[in-house]
Design a protein around this ligand. Sequence first.
Ligand SMILES: [Ca+2]
Ligand SMILES: [Ca+2]
Ligand SMILES: [Zn+2]
Length: 336
Amino acid sequence: MLDCSRKIVTFSFIIAVLVLCSTTVCIASQIFSAGKADFNVRCNDQVLCYQTQGIFVMPGENVVFEILAAAGTGTYVFNSKDKQAQVLSDRKWCWEAPGRKGVYTAEICHLPTKVTMVIKIFVRVPFQQVRSGRLHGFKLGDYPKQKKTGATIYNRPDGFIEVTRENQHVWVSPHFQLKQFLCKQTKRFPQYVVIDQKLVIKLENILEKLNARGVSCRTLLVMSGYRTPYYNNRLGNVKYSSHVWGRAADIFIDENHDGYMDDINKDGKLNYLDLQVIYNIVNELDRTPQEKAMVGGMGLYFGNRSHGPFVHVDVRGKRARWGIDFKRPSLAQKKR
Ligand SMILES: [Ca+2]
Ligand SMILES: [Ca+2]
Ligand SMILES: [Zn+2]
């Protein structure tokens, strides 16, 4: 008898847990949060606005954090277990990056509200450590020569983020993890990656707008993010592809995890027309004055045997468009 009631108790406990879990999953998939803190922080030449984000610095670099638009008055506290910052004022701190590569954590807390911004600081490996196109055994290839047009955006990167089996899961923004941007050339660790902060912000902006439009998605699938010059060359891609500087991502929405763009327009078919919602959002973002820093290219691609339809987005600093034209899809041009 006792045994039987124990079984019933255990059984009802399992049911309760299952119900609780499914409710949580259900709520999580319905309510999207952009993950913004209610204050902004200027950090060198960028503005941090999320509750969680990564920044990429060089060894020994002085990183200055300054509170911008505060939601109200009250004290802010800067805290880093790894290395204390120098206090420049009650809203400004200078944190000197350690000489050693790796991921460090800093937190800025608004005391009255307890809202905390967590900043993962990646200290990069300097480009000078590249030997014959390799970095600690990882094949990079050669960065192409600076373009004569004077555009500094094609300078070779100052350094590379080291990605290990352990740190690959670190969130570089509320909805994107470091591992989503890796070059597809190897599964071995450590490997190295370049990520432009502006690209991450652009992807977060796209995601936020998608959810606001009723397309419920927790992240975007990044089919191709960073590409080493070696890998880019192997693909037969253009030399100055934005991917090589960590400024581009080939994306689609895959909430059912089948590796293929979801039926976003709900017409029962999986094809390029499902890309239209992303296309419209990127066009809007590129026209928004406040998003000017993130302006860039967009290319639309049909699916084929190896992948579904996808969108290339980048933050090259000027508008560019190619690929499928929704009005004349048969005239799609191939590029990048
Ligand atoms: Ca899918
Ligand atoms: Ca469809
Ligand atoms: Zn691309």
